[in-house]
Design a protein around this ligand. Sequence first.
Ligand SMILES: O=P(O)(O)OC[C@H](O)CO
Length: 368
Amino acid sequence: METDWKQGNRIVLLPDSRCFVPALLDAIDSARESIWLEQYLVESGRLTRRFFAALARAAQRGVEVHVLLDSFGAAGLGQRERVRLSTSGAALRHYNPFMMRRLRRNLVRTHRKLVLIDRRVAYTGGYCLTDDYLGDWFDLMVKMEGPVVADWITLFADLWESPRTHGDKAPIARQPAATGQPGNLAARLAHNEGQHSPSIRHSLHRQVVAATRRIWLYTPYFLPSHQLRRSLAEASACGIDVRLLVAGKGHDHPSVRTAGRRHYDRLLDAGVAIYEYQPRFTHAKFCIVDDWVTVGSCNFDHWSLHWNLEANVEVENAAFADELAGLFENHSQESRPILAETWKHRPGSQRLRERIAALIGAWLAGLR
Ligand SMILES: O=P(O)(O)OC[C@H](O)CO
């Protein structure tokens, strides 16, 4: 579903876990009324313990704490952590628990990453609650304040109350705090609900086909639809500056990387600049089209664009887009550029691996 553009927002980039982990923990520790947290991937470990301890402290001092986890993504969360959170007074719910009789429906996951503090400040981005973020993974979060937060409140509350969410029954107050207009950014929430309401996908396509200057796509997992690949190639062939930055070394899903590389030939032929980030694994996901930006949980792959529940914030502002473009440029300087001439001459065995990985990816995509 697409929501309306809201004026007067303040949105701040929080690049790298060294920046967003302390910011999120501080926000949880400073919350006075409510903390709502929604997450896909949660695994027992040091980072989750720190977050859950902060959430438990908040619940014990009387803050309303609602934690909504995807039941599949949270499979790696131990029973002890769940019980400790619940006994602190926090309410814990799980989205779409596995059911044998609804096999295809099990594929729909909430992949959204959201923290809402006091119904006044919202955070989104790519982070997960895994110890990878205490190590080397790069990711990007944004902090939002202003009128757009009201839509994130509705988004969370709707899923909390959904019949597909199971667990502690705790009421939820939807009234946003009075925030005024703390900044000057126009922003809106875009969210996908599987195939039924692919607002992020539609919005991205609309922007890509209307681009006049640049399309810079940054993603760990590049398995886009045929339509998106074609639009990127066409834009590049028309002289738009099209760049793709993907995770290179240290990839957490090497087969996904291999499948995505299958599409490089056509993009390189059309003049798209492709970079593979080298220093560490990057899990950030965003796209800049001219002065428009979309950033949040959504990967540019079939699962995100067609199956999952995803949520991104869109911003239309030259300074904000340029700030993010600065991060893109810094990371492209630390990347390996894929050169068309060299790429053409890669070994046959590599091409075969790409073809097999892409076939498996296409088969998986066809499951739903
Ligand atoms: O699905 P994402 O983007 O949250 O990424 C999760 C990682 O793939 C876990 O390895």
